[in-house]
Design a protein. Sequence first.
Length: 460
Amino acid sequence: MTETATLAGWEDLLHNQRWEDLRAALAATHFSDIAEAMAQIHPKDRAVLFRLLPREQAAQVFAYLPSGGQKELLHSLSSEEVKSVLDDMRPDDRTRFFEEMPAVVTRQLLEVLSPVELKNARQLLGYPERSVGRFMTPNYVAIRPQMSASQALEHIRKVGRGMETLNVIYILDENGKLLEDVRLGSLVLADPQMAVTAIADPPLLSLLATDDRTRALEMFEKYDRVALPVNDAQGNMLGIVTADDILDIAESEATEDMQKLGGSEALDAPYMQESLWSMIRKRGGWLSALFLGEMLTATAMSFFEAEIARAVVLALFVPLIISSGGNSGSQATSLIIRALAIRELKLRDWFRVFRRELISGLALGSMLGVIGFVRIVAWQHLHLTNYGQHYILLACTVSASLIGVVMFGTLAGSMLPFILRRLGFDPATSSAPFVATLVDVTGLCIYFLVALVILRGTLL
């Protein structure tokens, strides 16, 4: 088959999205022939074709490309046309398509792009939305292991201007593999003739480009670093994540949790930049779910309709009972979610929390119960409200119900985050409105069951 026919066959396979057949054809072709063919096709197709190459083959093909062709390919990898092609692919094909590129290509891609193109390139490199790879920067200083301290400092003076940080210098071998890092202060204080690998410094810590951003937060907090290197799966260094990036991540995580606690999906953009339809969609889903939950309250009240009809006075205290349970549950869930987020609590602490909240719920419920009892008795004696001749029993009912509902609210609010974390969900989704809705329904049941016990033979 002629070179022209081969090229036409590749383009046909590519345009028909026959990815497996195209991969097989490329696997049977020499690196230099692929590089030569790539120079003759449209830049958009060239980028897609390159992304289909296996990792090692892609590195070899890239090396055969002329310097101009390399830069042109790197720029084409961040084009909107390629993004459109990726969006149209099936999820399984796109997942394979997004396999991590050779480290040498990734580094060069990140180095030659403008900030706007860099943001797009991170997406096209296939890093998940919340991954460390979306936040890394290529602006770091690397030195070779054979350098002495004085040679390393001279190298830093030449290339260090404009870098993200000079607090930490990274030692890479000739293939770009991260060997260790050294603090600039240690390098300055070392003997000028000492090899950089011999300088004593804390153990090497690094992140993978595919790590979740919460792991980066944990590493920075635990080890008190100003920057951490980001590697691929083979240990090749791709970039760094710095403290200012981590501050952005921490702010984003806190904002997301606050929005979820309020009973809404997390917004994808600042409030004024979020589209109106997106805002309605994200808030409407939760509101609909909570509304359906609150409908169970009406169902519970209809179940006790006969009791309400015989003792209408019971209905006066329904808002008091269910709001107290919802408030206690919201308090508990907010405290536990925050404690889990900053790792004050772990899953294994659930029983200790249960025991503490049981005692807290009993104490808080008793406090509210006393207030409720005194209020009913006082209003009766001051002739502000007439609760009837059985007002003492009514006060006891309200008091006992408050104890039960507040205890249930604190236990539900404190245990739901643990349950969600255990199931692999974000604890923040056990938002205060969700807990309040749950406690509303159970609070009604507790209230009327207590009333049936205490008021049987009198009002009921």
